[in-house]
Write a protein that binds this ligand. Sequence first.
Ligand code: ING
Length: 313
Amino acid sequence: MSRVITVGGAQMGPIARADSRKAVVDRMLALLDTAHARGCDLVVFPELALTTFFPRWWMESQNEVDSFFESEMPGPDTQPLFDRAREYGIGFYLGYAEKTVEDGETHRYNTSILVDKDSNIVGRYRKVHLPGHAEHEPERPWQHLEKGYFEVGNLGFPVWRTMGGVMGMCLCNDRRWPETFRVMGMQGVEMVMLGYNTPAANAVGPEPFHVRMMHNHITMQAGAYQNGTWVVGVAKAGPEEGCDLMGGSVIVAPSGEIVAQAHTLGDELIVAECDLDECTFNKTTIFNFEAHRRPEHYKIITEQVGAVPPPEE
Ligand code: ING
């Protein structure tokens, strides 16, 4: 028995600050058309896919910051995406900046949604691991103000039974933290979708590009292997407003093998036939959690935040 879903990773090239939502959605519709032509059941778009990566700038005006957020999803600009996906019978993952009012309070999250083949929003995730800093650091070549523009996600790392399997989501920096994949692994996840905006260079220190690309891939390969799950990681890539973003979008099998990889820094669809039953081997042998995990020895992971080395001699 196999449960194959054909998955498309819809990498996107640079989005300019001045690009309209319509111009961006038109590019996403073109990627969706290609995905349909290539028989995709599910498409994964990048993190913050509707706008340029705006946390790279310090903005005093909340109104200016809010111009990069969506107050409704779908809204007039994004409805065409939902309509075309439903016409094609394609589910999709979409990363965007969410502005929402809950109990009279306005909240802003770095969010992804999972939309099923009937265009119903069946899942929502709000980014937990916000990298960078909250205040303006003018000495940086570019800012990374996710801690200032977004709240920490309040939904945890849920999974959903949809698209014929157990699906999970995360966003960008989340992939660097093994806890992200393990929490979903503990819920039997079979495919983790994530989008990312990752600068090709480190703003604060020397780190060769090939090392950063290795980090990009090993985090997703390890997450896949150690939890017996597929991982689909999709970049917003290319030279965007003076900041080079890395590409390297991949589809990773539960074995940890990369089965599809982008080779450009532009709008590019990568496709793989993903058999969710390939998760079973790792989940029932080497990573049979019930048989092998020893949580009584792991408590420090949830009870402590920072590392505490032993006292100096
Ligand atoms: N971007 C980067 C990421 O985690 C980063 C930020 C890059 C942090 C490299 C540490 C090292 O891929 C986002 N948006 O999280």
